[in-house]
Design a binder for this molecule. Structure first.
Ligand code: ADP
Ligand code: MG
Ligand code: ZN
Length: 210
């Protein structure tokens, strides 16, 4: 199912052309500061009294549901959306800046929604993983990067050697694409320390409630 084939999800008010809109993507592995950077940008608009709304997918219930919280405990208020259609419905007319965290957990309809919002004059800032734990492109983030005016690639510190952490290494055994609520299941790794077979070699006990 290709996102381009969907009918446009644009309300009449949103068809108005407004040059102020654009798309920013913040992307990299886990622990690279994506949420921190999103929170920093949103907070600056709030200080300037520019109306913002921040969203996160319903799937992500690791932290308080009405906030985006970084691993470094920065936070900003956030609304939950079950899918991209609901996100679009929740965006208010007066909102100028739309923040989206964990964008990789939204459906591919997010691509059309983000472009519709940008065309209607809103600045849309999406944070999310570019790759899954096997280094496969994690849609819709890679496609959103190609539709964005601004792309920031964030790097973590490699948990093993301290180098440039580009990849998310799963360190427990699981075949699920997503192991939620288990920060201890992942490490950031550089290209030298990343090993896709490692998660199948060792099995660590993890606390699902962490
Ligand atoms: P992301 O959203 O990309 O997963 P966060 O913004 O939630 O990242 O968290 C970034 C913070 O995580 C850093 O400022 C630091 O305090 C902490 N952190 C923990 N492990 C690492 C690591 N390996 N590399 C960089 N930061 C780390
Ligand atoms: Mg994050
Ligand atoms: Zn390394």
């Amino acid at each position: 199912r290709r996102a381009e084939l969907r009918p446009p999800l644009v309300s009449p008010a949103m068809e108005r052309r407004d040059e102020r809109g654009w798309v920013e993507v913040i992307s990299g592995p886990m622990f690279s500061g994506k949420s921190e950077e999103l929170i920093r940008r949103i907070t600056r608009y709030q200080i300037a009294r520019i109306p913002t709304q921040t969203f996160k997918p319903m799937i992500d219930d690791r932290y308080a549901t009405d906030e985006v919280v970084s691993h470094s405990q920065l936070s900003t208020a956030a609304q939950n959306a079950t899918d991209s259609d609901e996100l679009l419905r929740l965006v208010e007319d007066r909102t100028v800046v739309v923040g989206i965290d964990e964008g990789q957990f939204f459906d591919e309809g997010l691509i059309d929604v983000v472009e519709a919002l940008a065309r209607s004059g809103k600045k849309v800032i999406i944070a999310g993983l570019d790759l899954d734990f096997l280094r496969r492109p994690f849609e819709p983030i890679p496609t959103l990067m190609t539709r964005a005016e601004y792309v920031t690639k964030t790097l973590a510190v490699c948990h093993r050697c301290g180098g440039a952490g580009m990849y998310t290494q799963r360190v427990i055994q699981s075949d699920e694409l997503v192991v939620l609520g288990a920060t201890a299941a992942y490490e950031a790794r550089c290209r030298h320390c990343y090993d896709p077979t490692e998660s199948h070699q060792e099995r660590l006990e993890i606390d699902e409630d962490e």
